[in-house]
Design a protein around this ligand. Structure first.
Ligand SMILES: Cc1cc2nc3c(=O)[nH]c(=O)nc-3n(C[C@H](O)[C@H](O)[C@H](O)COP(=O)(O)O)c2cc1C
Length: 260
């Protein structure tokens, strides 16, 4: 089987999932369509024809993919279309997230050529896996993508195809949030960039006040990434204490896992 186009759906608040997506794109010399969920959620069903390839790449949030990402991923409809499932995680664990992406794709008319769990800087505790994905990780993403393409080239039809089994449990672990929320320091000049990027509209700015709604905020870190004066951060004694413990427990390098 061949494919003539590739579509990419991904959510990347702090840019690491996007880096992995870029490495996949570089390994696919076909025309591409992008569904970048930080810019815009997918609100209507999108049909992806059987001669296309869909790449779904999501970060791991508490062992699952973020709810706002699955809302959009649900809109992608395959027609016996090949797909690649990817999760990106911060060196702790990916738990049920990869199985979640794979299962969603299969339920929506795709057959999954390969699944990958790749490691990247932790967006809440950035000293964990700080330099990742590194050049070696990106080479692994490229090799994984090429193997998926070769697998597809060797197939005549998806009939009877068995996708690789991946780690994870059904029912999936419950969706959870983290108590840590970013805030702005006294030097905030209310430029409004964080308010614009926030995918859940959790930030409200008045002339002299910036308010973050803790119930809306999903701690994705997009606001921290775009802050031009780096005043948007996680703060406080509890955060610092937890960061120390987390780093001690999950700081040791882990390796990427792929399933083909
Ligand atoms: C709310 C939240 C929960 C997270 N949960 C996990 C987790 O369960 N396991 C893990 O290893 N990393 C976890 N991470 C780290 C992210 O998966 C990781 O940093 C990822 O690279 C972020 O992708 P991005 O740069 O595209 O935003 C979490 C990050 C956030 C913001």
């Amino acid at each position: 089987m061949q494919f003539s186009k590739a579509s990419f759906i991904y959510f990347s608040a702090t840019g690491t999932t996007r880096k992995i997506v870029r490495a996949v794109k570089n390994a696919l010399p076909v025309s591409k369509t992008d569904y970048n969920l930080l810019r815009k959620p997918v609100e209507q069903d999108i049909q992806i024809a059987s001669d296309n390839l869909l790449v779904a790449a999501m970060p791991v949030y508490n062992g699952r993919i973020p709810a706002l990402a699955s809302e959009s991923l649900k809109r992608m409809k395959g027609q016996g279309t090949p797909a690649i499932a990817i999760v990106v995680y911060g060196n702790r664990e990916y738990d049920d997230a990869l199985l979640e992406v794979k299962t969603m794709l299969e339920e929506q008319g795709f057959f999954v050529l390969g699944c990958g769990a790749f490691i990247a800087r932790h967006s809440i505790f950035p000293n964990v896996a700080n330099e990742r994905p590194d050049a070696d990780d990106l080479a692994q993403v490229s090799a994984f993508t090429q193997k998926c393409v070769e697998k597809l080239a060797g197939m005549v039809s998806p009939d009877g195809y068995a996708a690789p089994a991946v780690k994870g449990n059904i029912p999936f672990m419950p969706l959870k949030t983290v108590p840590m929320k970013p805030s702005s320091g006294d030097d905030c000049d209310f430029c409004g960039i964080c308010e614009k990027i926030c995918p859940t509209k959790a930030i409200a700015i008045t002339e002299d006040e910036i308010i973050t709604d803790p119930d809306q905020c999903i701690s994705c870190g997009a606001c921290i990434t775009v802050c031009p004066i780096e005043t948007r951060q996680y703060r406080g004694a509890d955060y610092e204490k937890f960061k120390g413990k987390f780093t001690a427990r999950f700081g040791a390098r882990k390796e990427n896992e792929t399933y083909l």
